[in-house]
Design a protein around this ligand. Structure first.
Ligand code: HEM
Length: 251
């Protein structure tokens, strides 16, 4: 492999990555402002326990998940092992934080005697979270547990990438449903009057959609995929030779 293919042009990718981070941080700041300024702040008990839910879900299932998907595009010249570890660490953080968010809303419902799992938001949300958990477990087994065959990993990878991007989209859809529902619960009479809280929360929805769009765009640009490093290229040729009996010199 020549030098130029390993250092191929990334065009506007660095700018788009920068934009995605600005959008993600803005979404977090807006969620925090909404819950603290308009909804009374955060607590792990009582009515304010609910407010932990949106912040943890936006941070865990949208921002950290999105960033974890971008790792292979951003750190394209680091070793595969280092990039894989960073991808895994971001997903561990995403899983723990979103689990805290899910526990917060279930505990809040229990302590306030609110029925569970009746809304479309809760159905889409729990389906997304369950599939994310499954994706996490399968990803861990396939890519981190030693002894899983290279051929199985190669076959599983496109599925893993597809579900990674799809789950980010599903998480953003869950957030949009949750935002609308929360506004209708909190300001049922004033929402239609374009009050500041409604405008702020609607803007959060737009920021999340824009974040998702930029991340998915970067992920789906074929030419921005991480090129294999020269040593990885050599390893994969060796593997092909071993498994398919091809000569490494064949085209
Ligand atoms: C990926 C992101 C999210 C997921 C997976 C998720 C998941 C859930 C689940 C499973 C419930 C049901 C809890 C129960 O029945 O006891 C719930 C409730 C709720 N969530 Fe979310 N949520 C997410 C983001 C958000 C966001 C950003 C908001 C915005 C404020 C929000 C607002 C609500 C509200 C108001 C409820 C209570 C009413 C209901 O059960 O639908 N959620 N969420």
């Amino acid at each position: 492999m020549d030098e130029s293919s390993n250092h191929q042009s990334t065009g506007s990718m660095p700018y788009l990555i920068g934009i995605s981070q600005i959008l993600g941080v803005a979404a977090l700041a807006v969620t925090g402002t909404w819950m603290s300024h308009y909804r009374g702040g955060f607590s792990w008990s009582g009515p304010l326990q609910f407010n932990v839910h949106p912040l943890c879900m936006v941070l865990g299932m949208v921002f950290l998940c999105g960033d974890s998907l971008l790792v292979y595009r951003v750190f394209r010249h680091e070793t595969k092992r280092a990039t894989k570890i960073l991808h895994g660490v971001l997903h561990i953080m995403a899983l723990i934080i979103s689990l805290i968010g899910i526990i917060a809303v279930f505990q809040f419902h229990k302590s306030s005697s609110i029925p569970d799992m009746y809304s479309l938001h809760s159905w889409v949300g729990i389906t997304t979270f369950t599939l994310y958990l499954l994706q996490w477990i399968l990803g861990f087994i396939m890519f981190f547990v030693p002894g899983v065959g290279f051929a199985y990993r190669t076959k599983f990878k496109p599925l893993h990438s597809f579900f990674g991007a799809s789950l980010l989209v599903a998480a953003i859809a869950s957030c949009l449903l949750g935002i609308t529902e929360k506004l209708l619960f909190s300001i049922p009479k004033d929402y239609s009057k374009m009050v500041p809280e409604g405008i702020l929360a609607n803007s959060l929805g737009l920021l999340l959609v824009a974040f998702g769009a930029v991340v998915v765009y970067v992920l789906t640009r074929e030419e921005w995929r991480r090129p294999p490093l020269p040593e990885e290229q050599a390893l994969s040729i060796d593997f092909k030779t071993l498994t398919e009996g091809e000569s490494p010199t064949e085209p």
